[in-house]
Write a new protein. Structure first.
Length: 331
């Protein structure tokens, strides 16, 4: 038998993946194959032969370090002799496994004078590098035994606190009349801060109009069915007893533009050579921006077409010395 395509000298896979090892062999009569794992014969149930490619295959299912990592080879034999493949070393990679033992919640309120402990189990095929940080700065573990990593504080002191850190500030919001509007801010701190919401310096409480929520480090205020009296400045006062800060933002309530003709203008006639006007009245909050079109296209720029707007929202298109080419649809 002659091996024309050898096993790779090294093969890597990830734990849980299937792997197929292949060799291409020429020989007559067709050789029989015996696969070995760490010099131990492998049972034939996952061994196959592709006659079209003359390829001998070994399928390793759901690989793991304990069961599959090691050296593989195959011996091929027929009546005229035998040959052996180069050995292939299979390496099975495993992701780092991180398990938090304590505390069980993501947010913990500590009391000065009491002990505090953080426990993690960190495992991997190769001992992973583990780093614990506080406010972005590394702190050393109190002890590391095997996979167990422990950070202990025998007595909580004020310097163990985390200062207020607002990672997502309040921003102005624009909503339509009758729709809800929500302010959000994200703040990390220890102890957990209390957020007080105020509107025009008046404290807001939970009610059908105002919904105040906090989920972990995200604090929100929702104003239901926004109306014009809700327009103004909203303030979030953040205080954790050690540090405090404020955030402000504005709520704008808008009304969709409303259009009405100042006079019946579905159809309008003009005398060639004379001036004519088309007027429409617009309303809305904020003030709508008005653009005129002629047959779906922007109006031509020349001295014969003039647009004027009045304080009450009426926009007037004046056409000087009407021409036959001015006939069409104005919007």
């Amino acid at each position: 038998p002659l091996i024309t395509t050898q096993l790779p000298k090294q093969e890597e896979t990830v734990s849980g993946k299937d792997v197929t090892l292949r060799v291409v062999v020429r020989g007559s009569p067709r050789p029989e194959a015996q696969w070995f794992f760490n010099d131990t014969p492998i049972a034939p149930e996952n061994i196959s032969y592709d006659e079209e490619k003359s390829e001998y295959q070994l399928l390793l299912k759901n690989t793991s370090v304990a069961v599959n990592e090691g050296t593989y080879r195959v011996v091929l034999k027929n009546d005229l002799g035998e040959t052996e493949s180069t050995p292939c070393v299979l390496t099975v990679l495993e992701p780092v496994k991180l398990t938090k033992i304590a505390p069980t919640s993501d947010v913990v309120d500590l009391k000065v004078g009491e002990p505090f402990e953080i426990l993690f189990d960190v495992g991997g095929k190769e001992a992973p590098k583990v780093q614990l940080t506080k406010d972005g700065k590394e702190v050393k573990f109190s002890s590391v035994e095997g996979t167990r990593h422990v950070y202990s504080v025998p007595e909580v002191k004020p310097e163990h606190q985390a200062p207020l850190s607002v990672s997502q500030s309040l921003t102005d919001i624009n909503v339509l009349l009758g729709q809800p509007g929500t302010f959000n801010l994200t703040c990390d701190a220890f102890p957990t801060p209390k957020v007080t919401w105020l509107f025009n310096d008046t404290e807001l409480k939970n009610s059908p109009k105002h919904k105040i929520e906090s989920k972990q480090n995200v604090f929100s205020l929702t104003i239901n069915k926004c109306d014009h009296p809700d327009v103004g400045t909203y303030r979030a006062h953040i205080d954790n007893g050690i540090d405090k800060t404020e955030q402000t933002a504005k709520l704008h309530v808008g009304v969709k533009p409303k259009v009405e003709a100042a006079k019946p203008a579905n159809e309008q006639s003009a005398v060639i050579g004379q001036d004519t006007q088309i007027s429409w009245k617009f309303s809305g909050i904020e003030k709508p921006q008005v653009t005129w079109l002629f047959n779906g296209q922007p109006l031509p720029t020349n001295e014969r077409f003039q647009i004027n707007e009045t304080d009450d929202g009426t926009s007037t298109l004046s056409i000087r010395h009407a021409e036959l080419t001015d006939k069409g649809v104005y919007t």
